[in-house]
Ligand binder design. Sequence first.
Ligand code: PLP
Length: 295
Amino acid sequence: MSLCWLDGTLVNEDQAKVSVFDHGLLYGDGVFEGIRFYNHRPFQLQPHLRRLLHSAKVIGLSIPYTVEEIADAINEVIGAFAEPDGYLRLVVTRGKGSLGIDPSSCKRSTVFIIAERPAFVAPHVQKKGARLIIAATRRLPPDGLDPRVKSLNYLNHILARMEAVQAGADEAILLNTQGNVTEGTTDNVFVVRDQQIFTPAVTEGALDGITRQVVLELAGELGLACRQQTLSPYDLYTADECFLTGTAVELIAVREIDGRMLPSSPGPVFHRLQEAFRNRIQNEAGYESRKSAVS
Ligand SMILES: Cc1ncc(COP(=O)(O)O)c(C=O)c1O
């Protein structure tokens, strides 16, 4: 059962309701974060809170809580959740206003945090890798909305995901208006070629993913060469390995792109990064200290 912190009150799924006049609902006017917790501890909390504040600042949205109060609320939800591991959705909408688009009628933004059991990746995809398509739907250009803003506007990502489902694939890659690779619908994309790792720069139109940043860091620690550079569909089709990163999916190998099989999935570089990522989770979640406290 999901649990929700809604503007200061913990409520269950059925009581978690916002107004039909909320501009988050009427116009997608708001920002959000998806955050994992492991062993009752939020993973990468500071980067998530920083990104939320930056997203809100860019769209001129004031959050009626301090960052400490939001962190406390997150810990309150995690503490009340039935399981030690889970997924949080932290959302700040413009709040309730009049029907017009002008947000000045919205006097106070709405903040809620949903806690749920994560079930984003099917076990066979986890094991063998995802099948991707390159969507006809393009990523919105960065000169429309900076891709670093994690806003409530996901319509073209939804359309791209619908294309994937229609094609019997697991995920879609969105290209930018130049035809270069940006990201998946809810994840960042990496390729491996000749032992080197590549991912598109955020300026191509990708979200500055927190999992992406952790993976870039881990690649550095493992001594793996990693570059941010423009990638075309050709680079995806001919990669030695390809994988996706995101809070929801964590790290997922890719086995097929538009019907072209990749030589290895999950590949050796993916395995190394995935192991390092799991270790990072273990460390942040304090599993090590818990073990040593028992022994
Ligand atoms: C469009 C998009 N790209 C990438 C990501 C991955 O970002 P993160 O690793 O911060 O979850 C997400 C996550 O929700 C996303 O929505």
